[in-house]
Design a binder for this molecule. Structure first.
Ligand SMILES: [Zn+2]
Length: 354
């Protein structure tokens, strides 16, 4: 991909109209587009590889020499081929702002098959096409772009392609619904250990936080069985779910079979038959959003499900013993995909019960 910089026009006037501004660094940011991209100790393939970077990872850019970009690493710097990296000027990255005006919290798509992109410029890949009339919540605003989300899609859309709306009645499916998110393991119970040594409890937390944010945006009441890295017994988790007004209990886990590092896939469990439809909706949502291998939705005799008196599912969202998948699970891009799938399925389930 050709490297170009996007210049933000009317930047100052734009900033003045918002309250909340994040970011401060002046360095341009390079976002990796290739998977398992070689990081070298000089600007050419003849230089030694000193590490690898994966899709979606970002690094401060030091300089560019011809087709090679020097990036800042945790210790020192390295070089990557410019072909596999997109550079964003700092002015763009640092102006993500949250809309403070509740009246323009959602938008309606004006044209059929409107492009949703991975980032706030036409340099980014198209990740979705939105239908005419589709309604989205605004997550943030960057220049001429909105970052938007609804039950099935997420991405960045040009402001001129949408109409602002203040329809407070949408997302009825999630309004007044209580979702208990159960990030598996925690504290001294690290859960499975990945091929590169990461802990299941930590990746489950990443998913829990992302899911919490997405569901809150859609108007759900969201509760977590653990807020941080702490040990909570299985029975405490279930007792909590049974005690509060739970409409859906979602337990988040990751799998491991160290002796079979190539195994991958997503699997969903339920215990009571009446929870099969919720499990199927969510499972299909995740497979649809991630394209992950489908290990099915099954009955499973798991304590957090068996003792749960509320609608409950347990998701095994991928194999940490697969080194490639383990790296992918740490990326925010993939976590967002997983979560959009869960939200999509859960929304369909809630609509089916209304
Ligand atoms: Zn687990």
């Amino acid at each position: 991909m050709q490297i170009r910089k996007t210049i933000l026009l009317a930047f100052t006037a734009f900033i003045a109209s918002f309250v909340f501004i994040t970011g401060n660094a002046h360095a341009d940011e390079g976002i990796v587009e290739g998977s398992s991209l070689n990081i070298r100790n000089g600007p050419g393939t003849e230089y030694e590889s000193i590490g690898r970077a994966d899709t979606g990872e970002s690094f401060p850019v030091v300089q560019q020499v011809n087709d090679w970009v020097e990036i800042e690493l945790q210790h020192g710097t390295g070089w990557v081929s410019a072909e596999f990296i997109t550079i964003n000027e700092s002015a763009i990255n640092d102006t993500t702002v949250l809309d403070e005006d509740p009246d323009i919290s959602s938008i309606t798509i004006k044209y059929q098959n409107t492009q949703l992109r991975e980032g706030p410029s036409t340099e980014y890949d198209i990740v979705n096409f939105a239908e005419k009339g589709a309604v989205f919540d605004i997550i943030s605003t960057t220049g001429e772009w909105y970052e938007v989300v609804n039950e099935t899609q997420t991405g960045f859309v040009l402001k001129e392609l949408v109409e602002k709306s203040d329809d407070k009645l949408r997302n009825k499916g999630f309004k007044n619904k209580t979702v208990v998110i159960d990030a598996g393991h925690g504290g001294r119970d690290v859960g499975a250990i990945g091929a590169n040594g990461s802990f299941e409890k930590d990746i489950a937390s990443l998913t829990a936080q992302e899911l919490e944010q997405a569901l809150k945006l859609l108007g759900a009441n969201v509760l977590l069985t653990r807020q941080q890295d702490e040990f909570i017994s299985l029975t405490s988790r279930v007792t909590y779910s049974n005690f509060v007004d739970t409409d859906a209990f979602i337990s988040l886990h990751y799998n491991s079979v160290p002796e079979l590092p190539n195994v991958s896939g997503i699997e969903t469990f339920y215990y009571a038959k009446q929870n099969a439809s919720m499990a199927n909706y969510i499972h299909d949502g995740i497979i649809g959003a991630t394209g992950g291998s489908d290990r099915g939705a099954h009955e499973g005799d798991l304590l957090v499900l068996r003792l749960n008196m509320k609608p409950s599912v347990l998701l095994e969202l991928g194999f940490m013993s697969n080194p490639e998948k383990e790296a992918l699970l740490h990326t925010n891009g993939y976590q967002k995909k997983l979560v959009s799938g869960i939200v999509d399925g859960l929304g369909k389930y809630f609509n089916s019960t209304n």
